[in-house]
Design a protein around this ligand. Structure first.
Ligand code: FES
Ligand code: FES
Length: 212
C-alpha cells in the first residue's frame, strides 16, 4: 500500500487559457488550482478576496458569463472559454460602475474586505432580475458576509442603483415610443401623397411591390 501511494504521480500542469476582464491569459496550471488562487497568485488580480476559501463568505465572488460565482469553489480549468470579470474589470476607464459609485455615496463599507465580492455579487443579482424589493435584495445577497456589519448601507446602495436602472428603462421606453410616433408622423406628412409605411409593408407582403 505504501509503495502504491509513493508511486502515485501528481498530474502535471496543463495549459489553460482564460479570458479575464477582456484579456486573454495563457497559463500553465495544475488542474486542482481554484479560480480564486489563479486570479490572485498567477494573474495578481488581488481585488478578489479570500475569506473562508470554503464557499461560505462570498468574498471571492466574481462574474463568469455574467453570473456570480464563488471563485474559491471553482477550478480554473473549468472556466476556459468563459468571460470572467473581477472587480478590476467593472469600471469603464475612469468612470466607476454605478454600484461602485453608490457604495461610495452610501458609505457601504468599513474595512472594505468584503466589498469587491459584494459589488460583483450585486451585479450578478441585477443580471438575474429576481430582486424586486429590499427584502429580495437582503435574501439574495445573504451569501455575502460583511464582518463589519455594513449591510444596511450595502442594501441602500444596491436599491439606489436598481431604482436608477428602472427609471432609465422607463425613460428609454418613453423615448422610443415618442421616436416611433415622430417617425410615423413624418412618414405621413413629410412626403405629400406618399403611402403610409404600414400600407407599403402590406403591399410588399402581398407580393404587390417589386424590389427591382
Ligand atoms: S472565500 Fe470563497 S466563499 Fe469565502
Ligand atoms: S466592510 Fe469590512 S467586512 Fe464588509
Amino acid at each position: 500500500m505504501k509503495n502504491s501511494v509513493q508511486n502515485l504521480q501528481l498530474p502535471e500542469s496543463i495549459p489553460v487559457s482564460l479570458n479575464v476582464n477582456g484579456q486573454q491569459h495563457n497559463l500553465s496550471l495544475q488542474p486542482w488550482v481554484s479560480l480564486l488562487d489563479t486570479l490572485r497568485e498567477h494573474l495578481h488580480l488581488t481585488g478578489t478576496k479570500k475569506g473562508c476559501d470554503h464557499g461560505q463568505c462570498g468574498a471571492c465572488t466574481v462574474l463568469v458569463d455574467g453570473k456570480r460565482i464563488n471563485s474559491c469553489l471553482t477550478m480554473a480549468v473549468m472556466k476556459e472559454g468563459s468571460e470572467i470579470v473581477t472587480i478590476e474589470g467593472i469600471a469603464h476607464g475612469d468612470t466607476l460602475h454605478p454600484l461602485q459609485q453608490a457604495f461610495i455615496e452610501h458609505d457601504a463599507f468599513q474595512c472594505g474586505y468584503c466589498t469587491p465580492g459584494q459589488i460583483c455579487s450585486a451585479i450578478g443579482l441585477m443580471n438575474e432580475g429576481k430582486a424586486n424589493t429590499l427584502d429580495d435584495v437582503k435574501e439574495l445577497m445573504s451569501g455575502n458576509i460583511c464582518r463589519c456589519g455594513a449591510y444596511t448601507h450595502i442594501n441602500e446602495a444596491i436599491m439606489q442603483v436598481k431604482e436608477q436602472e428602472a427609471e432609465a428603462a422607463i425613460l428609454l421606453k418613453n423615448t422610443e415610443a415618442s421616436g416611433l410616433h415622430e417617425v410615423s408622423e413624418r412618414d405621413e406628412t413629410s412626403v405629400p401623397g406618399a403611402p403610409a409605411r404600414e400600407a407599403e409593408l402590406v403591399t410588399e407582403a402581398e407580393g404587390g411591390a417589386s424590389h427591382e
